[in-house]
Design a protein around this ligand. Structure first.
Ligand code: IFM
Length: 448
């Protein structure tokens, strides 16, 4: 059955990020990022994979833009690598690095594709990390300086801006449990990382506007949190997790407040003043949705919690039992299209008219099929039907971006997971569109 019609003007897009696709990590003056450092450490990334070559998008961007043009997307969301523009994170601009994005934006515009720019998708300049990284308040100001530089160069052609991608992941996985760069295991001591990213976001929104940029949002990931049981212990663990993964990153931006007094108290100040900057009004709000999480209180026997099959450090007040009764992707994530509907209705309930128009800035799945990825087609079809229900119920959603246009470097699991509409042979770098690419192309045509 064809998908129901989405509202006129609904944007169809695809997403990627710099470290996951670009490669060329030491070309044309790019400085090192935390992901170069982290992925070079033995045992940090599955198979010892790194983003050194990735999909070689830095050299093959014309081929990738041509694939997107033939796909018929309205918009391409990509990220600018901070260490490509400012090799030390601050100071002298690396013109060759900035020129790469200038050429990419021109190529997209010539293909009739609107550029949507993320300024930070986790590849912190190593020098910034050496100076304290996101635990250091000064990083928020350096980030805003960088935003001003990119804004000044590209604002005349970029259609959508998002300073940050998924600040929750950098906070929890990067600084909380050490599964991502920079590999710190600070548990709750990582909370200042959330505050400094949020402050950096607010400062960057203002810097972008001052540079002439318009249409600014954020790409925040949201997770429906399901308590493992009705027991008070499981319910309270789930509520705490929900506050941390969802509201901690949405409430300050949308309401100018932290979701709980305890969280506000854990943040470095001046918190009230910073919240005014953080809640600088946005033009839209981006939601990345993949799957719900089931949350329980920690195991009474002290068995360490596990997530996605990996052990978590001791001392966390949650455990993550498997969600059963749903198909799973090849990454083991449950396929729950209704979770997208739940995410959107929860956001609308919690934030009401403070929630600006929404874009789904990421949605997708990892399957290993090279060409005939029927399961990805079913995944996308199901999620778009759930999204349509939310739109019909009155939630103002204005676009959907598939993660991702091509298979790419999937962080701590390297090249073992494939999220692309286009298969990449990581030996030859040959691109082969999958069935889902053709399905998405036909669906977009039918929507017009
Ligand atoms: O690959 C990531 C992306 O970088 C951020 N959102 C989730 C994707 C799939 O894990």
């Amino acid at each position: 059955m064809p998908l129901p019609k989405f509202p006129d003007g609904f944007l169809w897009g695809v997403s990627s990020s710099s470290y996951q696709v670009e490669g060329a990590v030491d070309e044309d003056g790019r400085g090192p990022s935390t992901w170069d450092t982290f992925s070079a450490l033995p045992g940090k990334v599955l198979g010892g994979d790194t983003g050194r070559t990735a999909t070689d998008h830095y050299h093959r961007y014309r081929e990738d833009v041509a694939l997107m043009r033939d796909l018929g997307v309205d918009v391409y969301r990509f990220s600018v690598a901070w260490p490509r523009v400012l090799p030390d994170g601050a100071g002298a601009v690396n013109k060759a690095g900035l020129d790469f994005y200038d050429r990419l934006v021109d190529e997209l515009c010539a293909a009739g594709i609107a550029p949507a720019v993320t300024l930070f998708h986790w590849d912190t300049p190593q020098k910034i990390e050496d100076d304290g990284g996101w635990l250091n308040r000064d990083t928020a100001h350096r980030f805003a300086d960088y935003a001003a530089i990119v804004g000044a160069k590209l604002h005349d052609r970029v259609r959508m801006w998002m300073p940050l991608n998924e600040p929750m992941v950098l906070t929890l996985f990067g600084y909380g449990i050490g599964a991502h760069a920079p590999g710190r295991e600070l548990l709750f001591e990582a909370l200042p990382v959330a505050h400094h990213q949020l402050l950096g976001h607010g400062l960057a929104v203002r810097a972008l506007r001052a540079a002439g940029a318009t249409n600014i949002g954020i790409a925040n990931n949201h997770v429906p949190v399901w308590p493992a049981s009705e027991s008070p212990a499981d319910r309270s663990a789930a509520t705490l997790y929900d506050r941390i993964v969802n509201d901690l990153f949405a409430a300050p931006i949308l309401t100018g407040r932290y979701p709980t007094e305890e969280l506000a108290f854990a943040m470095p100040g001046p918190v009230a003043e910073d919240l005014e900057t953080i809640s600088t009004p946005l033009d839209w709000y981006g939601v990345n949705y993949y799957a719900p999480s089931k949350v329980a209180a920690p195991d009474a026997n002290g068995t360490p919690a596990r997530i996605d099959g990996a052990s978590l450090p001791e001392g966390l007040p949650f455990d993550f039992p498997l969600i059963e009764g749903y198909p799973v992707t090849d990454y083991g994530w449950p396929v729950v299209p209704d979770g997208l509907y739940e995410t959107l209705t929860t956001l609308a309930e919690r934030y009401g008219d403070r929630l600006p128009p929404v874009y789904i800035t990421e949605g997708g799945c990892s399957y290993h099929d090279k060409e005939h990825d029927t399961r990805r087609v079913e995944f996308l079809d199901g999620h778009l039907r759930a999204l349509h229900r939310a739109v019909t119920d009155g939630i103002d959603v204005r676009g959907y971006f598939v993660w991702s246009i091509v298979d790419n470097f999937e962080w701590a699991v390297g090249y073992s997971q494939r999220f692309g509409l286009v298969h990449v042979d990581f030996d030859t770098l040959e691109r082969t569109p999958k069935d889902s690419y053709h399905w998405y192309r036909d669906m977009i045509r039918a929507q017009r």
